[in-house]
Design a binder for this molecule. Structure first.
Ligand SMILES: [Fe+2]
Ligand SMILES: [Fe+2]
Length: 337
């Protein structure tokens, strides 16, 4: 399908429909999938788990029950690992949503299945690490997993597939950063090595979606600009619906794992710069309006990030870094807001 024809099947609100997007971008998906398969290296979750640090739990095996004191991980890191794992656990929902949105075309289907297989490794290795090192309460973790998956997850862009594409791009970059920073903050070289390995996967996923977004911006300039503006403005991490998420997010922000400044400087702005959003010419009225909205929202994000950085510096100064970073007990991670 030509670009002209693809644009012709968008609706009056300049939202490219899923049929047009999947058909037009199908060759790019095939090209980027091929690059991904040539670039991605095989790895094995079991090799990243310190099995020697494990022991039987209570229950049928009659081992020792979990206790918070068994883990030396900082509380903010335990919270981050828990959120990261439960987020990865919700893979069936993401798979369903991607397949429903883009699965009409063969290359997209192959990509989505491969992506799902790679993402599934992340929950596998994270859970094994946390069980073996007794990093979190395994009973609370399992109950949270059941509750989280029973709720499911919908990114909410079924009506706008290019906003969904922009969202997964932001999310992969954000997840890459979160895993890396959680590893650094863990003070456990085994944990850091595992999270670095996961982040390599997330990086390749990000590159796939980034370059697909570049192609989308050429094929559907106005519609992709609109999708980007919407995804940036409305962005929330996929774990946001977790019970207790906000409390953990605050601890992660104070521990420097993920905060508004990182979101602006290492997620949103590098993507917008790479896509050349503010230099692009030839947009129609819808694209121009979306870009103006994007510029306003980025400015607002920037002001909030600066204000947060100032507040955090003042609080750390007055309270002491250790109190604020480690001042969350394990139980609050899974308690209601
Ligand atoms: Fe992942
Ligand atoms: Fe990923």
């Amino acid at each position: 399908m030509s670009v002209t024809n693809a644009n012709a099947v968008t609706n009056a609100n300049a939202v490219a429909n899923a049929d047009a997007v999947t058909a037009e971008l199908g060759p790019d998906v095939a090209r980027l999938l091929d690059r991904h398969l040539r670039t991605a290296s095989e790895w094995f979750p079991h090799q990243y788990v310190p099995w020697g640090r494990g022991q039987d739990f209570d229950g049928p095996l009659g081992g020792e029950a979990w206790a918070c004191s068994q883990s030396e991980l900082p509380a903010a890191v335990r919270g981050a690992l828990l959120v990261n794992l439960l987020t990865e656990d919700n893979l069936p929902s993401y798979h369903h949503e991607l397949l429903t949105t883009y699965g009409r075309e063969e290359a997209w289907r192959v990509w989505i299945h491969r992506w799902t297989a790679e993402e599934d490794r992340h929950a596998t290795v994270l859970r094994a690490y946390l069980h073996t090192t007794r990093g979190v309460d395994p009973v609370a973790l399992e109950r949270a997993r059941i509750a989280h998956l029973s709720t499911g997850f919908a990114v909410g862009y079924a009506d706008e597939p290019l906003a969904a594409l922009a969202y997964v791009l932001l999310q992969e970059r954000a997840t890459r950063l979160t895993h890396r920073n959680t590893g650094r903050a863990s003070a456990d070289p085994v944990c850091e090595q595992m999270l670095r390995r996961i982040a390599v996967d997330e990086n390749l996923h990000m590159l796939f979606y980034r370059d697909l977004a570049t192609a989308a911006l050429s094929a559907f300039p106005d519609e992709m600009m609109r999708g980007l503006a919407r995804a940036v403005t409305e962005f929330r991490m996929p774990g946001h619906a977790l019970r207790g998420f906000n409390g953990v997010a605050v601890k992660m922000a104070f521990a420097g794992i993920y905060d508004l400044c990182l979101h602006r400087d290492q997620v949103v702005m590098p993507i917008l710069r790479h896509l050349g959003v503010f230099d692009r010419t030839g947009l129609g009225p819808v694209g121009e309006a979306a870009r103006e909205r994007l510029a306003r929202d980025v400015e607002e994000l920037s002001q909030k990030a600066d204000a947060f950085a100032e507040r955090r510096a003042a609080l750390l100064e007055s309270s002491g870094r250790r109190l604020l970073v480690d001042g969350v007990t394990h139980s609050t991670v899974l308690s209601p807001e």
